[in-house]
Write a protein that binds this ligand. Structure first.
Ligand SMILES: [Zn+2]
Length: 113
């Protein structure tokens, strides 16, 4: 029997409502002990690329390895170095490659609102 080839990519999270994003941020604050630390992992409803429909969280690990090497070909770029699963569409990456990821969301100018 022939083994399947290719890599399966799962979307673990895509678009989120503002209410869900607020809940995730509150849970992160509980988990990390402060809003400052939580913001390294969870955006506000106003700034989240999930709420605006521009981000997906992908998996599993073999898919993330595959995407980290080839995602640019499809305009898919990892946005944050600390979130290997978080990808956003960057159509210009097809021509120029993905921009270097921010260390974490607190470095992202879009999060400064
Ligand atoms: Zn994400």
């Amino acid at each position: 029997m022939r083994r399947p080839t290719g890599v399966s990519v799962l979307v673990n999270s895509g678009w989120r409502s503002a209410a869900l994003q607020d809940t995730l941020l509150r849970e992160a604050i509980d988990e990390y002990g402060s809003e400052e630390e939580a913001r390294r992992w969870a955006a506000t409803a106003e700034t989240s690329a999930h709420v605006s429909g521009e981000a997906v969280d992908l998996g599993p690990l073999p898919a993330l390895d595959w995407l980290s090497q080839r995602g640019w070909r499809y305009g898919l770029c990892q946005t944050y170095a600390n979130e290997s699963w978080h990808y956003e569409l960057r159509p210009e990456a097809v021509d120029s490659g993905c921009p270097a990821p921010y260390a974490d969301p607190t470095e992202d100018p879009r999060m400064q609102r």
